[in-house]
Design a protein around this ligand. Sequence first.
Ligand code: TRH
Length: 380
Amino acid sequence: MKPRTWDVFCKVVDNFGDIGVCWRLARQLANEHGLQVRLWVDGLAAFKRICPEIEPARPLQRCRNVDICHWVDPFPPVAPAEAVVEAFACELPESYLHAMAECPSKPRWINLEYLSAERWVGECHGLASPSPRLPLTKHFFFPGFVANTGGVMLERDLFEQREAFQFDARAQADFWQEIGLAEPHGEEIRISLFCYPGSRAEVLFDCWHTQSVPTTCLVPEGVAGEAIAAFFGQAAPAVGEGLRRGGFEVRIIPFLEQDRYDRLLWACDCNFVRGEDSFVRAQWAQRPMVWQPYPQADGIHLHKLRAFLDLYCRGLPVEAAGAVRALWESWSRGEGMGKAWTAFWAQQGVLAKHAASWAAALRVNGDMTTRLVTFCTDRL
Ligand code: TRH
């Protein structure tokens, strides 16, 4: 039977990916599947960055049909939901686990894992892990890009919304105005940049400044500060302001609400994204993209990068595939991006077409949230 009540547990470790993924999942469960959802979050301030309606001082609030609960210690005595999602092994509160164990009909317990294109993911997706001390079994749910994984999140109407936006010049002009920019003029290229600290984006800035077409780089507030200082010799300006050198400009834009961030990705000619959720959103945007995985010790992130590249570059002509690999690798390693960008952008047309066919193929794989609901209903 389909579980009707859901508890999603999220610990904000660092950055925005944990809450970004959990918020998207919670909204989909509530609004597309009509389920009753509580989202337990320990960091409401980070949450507010991607959803401005959140009031960090309120321990309980309802937003977009989801009950948002501040996850505090000690954890309050609550009746567990019929399905429990523990995001990224965040460890459920002990008292909640015991309450789960006491339920006559045990809740379906899912550990939602990190997204990866590595092959082992398919082998581990769906595996059961019985608790050594309680009569409960946790199941691992792995998002991924191929059929034997849990897929990636895709809202029901996302393709239609994106298409309507990308074919509507007025909607795009309105969006640019909302974030304080005029419409792009002539051949101008707009690039969004969401990267990790220490990314050496100044090397790219140098390259964009010497290319013949005017280029505007849109940087969310708080991102790439060191690179801006290194290139312009001064600190990043305030939101809404920019720094210019020749035909190249860096513009600081506000950190956008999650759905508006999608619009930014849809509106730009190329998107630099990172981590997990922005990475997936850039794929749905169907524009040339550059991904930077979350940096991990011993270069583990480079294995993840290559595993995805192996999938993503299938079907691309050799030269374009080489250009994608070279830029993505050099961006993650922090060297050689200048030369790599030129070769990458020379393939712009091919990459734009490929972005659309990649998204179409990924869509066939199905939406992760729907697959999670089906998994909990049919398999557990
Ligand atoms: O912030 P991230 O680096 O998160 C990372 C990854 O998830 C990584 O896998 C994880 O290990 C680490 O956190 C702890 O990047 P990510 O995943 O792209 O998450 C960013 C979220 O912020 C995403 O939901 C999009 C959202 N966002 C906005 O809503 N508005 C914005 O303006 C921007 C730039 C991002």
